[in-house]
Design a protein around this ligand. Structure first.
Ligand SMILES: [Zn+2]
Length: 214
């Protein structure tokens, strides 16, 4: 499934969804369509990772030819695997080519987070927001606070400086999701922030997860 490229300046805030509301995915819980065989293992300690979130591509999320992404992170060694690093293999973004809503038995993992379906609300035009900063109608701190929430798309609000992953050509990847510890209290530092980046140039598909502590 492909669709028109999204406006990269629009970000879609993620909020909790009730069972009756259409969701774009969910935080925590058990992932759909991930068999035990496909379940990612940590490349540092070899343990099965914990599932963080799953999002479907659509008007708020451009995943190129992919239709869903599932986020995993290693919690087996209490941070010794460097689960914040996008390149160490202690976290994983699985890209799915087809929607499979079946629940399969997964391996036992250290942590299963409480499942929280999420939906997007009216998008924020981050370009307009930054224009207000340039015109000195809004301070940068206030502007960043306006987009420091769980969201799909837009720009990353970094806690410790820009750490955008670069692809094999050296070009920065595109932010597709930013997750706080507000909706689900992930075992990353409280008030930390996770970021998911997508490589638009990779033919086989590449997306990277990293997080920063508060
Ligand atoms: Zn590990």
């Amino acid at each position: 499934m492909s669709h028109a490229p999204l406006n990269p300046w629009l970000s879609y805030p993620l909020v909790a969804a009730t069972r009756r509301q259409p969701s774009v995915g969910s935080l925590g819980g058990h992932p759909r369509g991930v068999t035990a065989q496909d379940w990612p293992k940590c490349e540092v300690c070899s343990n099965p990772m914990c599932h963080m979130a799953q999002f479907d591509a659509g008007p708020a999320l451009d995943l190129g030819p992919f239709v869903r992404m599932s986020l995993f992170i290693c919690h087996a060694t209490g941070g010794r695997c460097e689960d914040w690093d996008p390149w160490k293999g202690a976290n994983k973004v699985l890209l799915h080519s087809a929607i499979d809503d079946n629940l399969y038995d997964g391996p036992p993992t250290v942590r299963v987070y409480k499942r929280q379906p999420v939906r997007v609300i009216h998008p924020t035009d981050e370009q307009a927001l930054m224009r207000q900063v340039q015109e000195k109608r809004v301070t940068m701190v206030d502007a960043l606070n306006e987009i420091r929430h769980d969201k799909l798309g837009g720009g990353a609000v970094w806690l410790h400086g820009d750490a955008t992953p670069r692809n094999s050509s050296g070009r920065p990847m595109r932010l597709v999701a930013q997750l706080t510890t507000n909706l689900v209290r992930y075992d990353i530092t409280p008030n930390g922030m996770a970021y998911v980046f997508f490589d638009d140039e990779s033919r086989s598909g590449d997306a990277r997860l990293l997080w920063q502590g508060s």
